[in-house]
Ligand binder design. Structure first.
Ligand SMILES: [Zn+2]
Length: 312
């Protein structure tokens, strides 16, 4: 059985951006916030950091595995490929690096509060000969996904109701900026398709914002995208395992992968496209609806303080 690394392919999609079409304000928004691990990398050696990132990713996968359909295979699906490899898709977690080691970049519009990329996975196929056929498997799989959030000073941060920024004079504007009742439609682009997503739980945040809430919002994007993409990648991997080519069609594994590449790659691009169709139509409303209670609680706390301090 030859285990060969062959063609390296990736579905390179631009990092996704959402744009508010007719809302009063623009969506999530900054400057480059450097990932702590990357910052660390500038201080200490690459090797230590690589281990650290690996440890962190493992942790993420374990945390996310709990309620996920994607890691469960159908009962009749094989646990191993014909080449003997176990599933990579079943345990793939978000990575802030590409397969080639480069940093997964995230665009951040000057008016956006934050953004989360949803790059297509980087992958590599392998092949082996079993009896009279070439069989295939995923030899490498990385799902690059990363977020950026504007610096805390992007707007005036209101971390909680008792903060000194909350005063008799400022609180009416703060409450108006944070109350999660604004509406607007986001134009979402994913895999070359556009979706309009109407959000009714938007906070305007013209002058004031809560920085941490945006960090949380982007983290939810990463989590939900990864859950849905993993489901589809597991399916794609099953199809790759099921593929075969007569042994006579190629003289070695590299040649076999080259010959099967278009078919195998289609499974991977389909996985991305299918994820877009599940994720993108409610990309923003899903997260704003989830985040609305934390905004509403902050508003309620501020109004309670205003009554207590007899500001109104
Ligand atoms: Zn968002």
């Amino acid at each position: 059985m030859t285990k060969t690394t062959a063609l390296r392919t990736s579905i390179d999609k631009a990092s996704s951006r959402s744009r508010m079409l007719n809302g009063q304000s623009k969506p999530q928004h900054g400057a480059t916030s450097v990932h702590p691990l990357l910052r660390l990398q500038q201080c200490i050696g690459n090797r230590a950091v690589a281990r650290l990132i690996q440890a962190q990713l493992t942790d993420v996968v374990q945390q996310e595995r709990g309620g996920i359909k994607g890691v469960q295979r159908k009962d009749d699906a094989p646990a191993k490929s014909s080449c003997g490899s176990t599933s990579l898709a079943g345990t793939v977690g978000p990575s802030d690096k590409r397969l080639n080691g480069s940093v997964a970049s995230v665009d951040l519009d000057a008016k956006a509060f934050g953004n989360t990329s949803k790059l297509g996975a980087d992958f590599r196929f392998g092949a082996c000969k079993v009896d009279k056929n070439w069989r295939f498997y995923l030899d490498a799989l990385v799902a690059p996904i990363a977020s950026r959030v504007q610096p805390e000073t992007f707007k005036i941060n209101v971390p909680n109701a008792s903060d000194s920024i909350v005063t008799k004079e400022s609180y009416p504007d703060i409450v108006n900026d944070l109350r999660p009742t604004a509406s607007g439609t986001f134009s979402i682009s994913c895999g070359g398709n556009k979706f309009d997503d109407k959000v009714t739980t938007y906070s305007r945040r013209k002058k004031y914002w809560n920085y941490q809430f945006v960090v949380d919002h982007e983290a939810s994007h990463r989590k939900h995208w990864m859950e849905m993409y993993r489901n589809e990648l597991v399916n794609a991997e099953s199809n790759i395992w099921a593929h075969s080519l007569p042994a006579s069609e190629a003289s070695d594994a590299v040649g076999a992968v080259a010959k099967a590449n278009a078919t195998l790659t289609k499974h991977m691009t389909d996985a991305y496209q299918n994820t877009c169709k599940t994720y993108a139509p409610k990309q923003e409303s899903r997260e704003y609806d989830d985040g609305a209670p934390q905004y509403q609680k902050l508003v309620d706390d501020i109004e309670a303080r205003a009554r207590k301090e007899k500001w109104k």
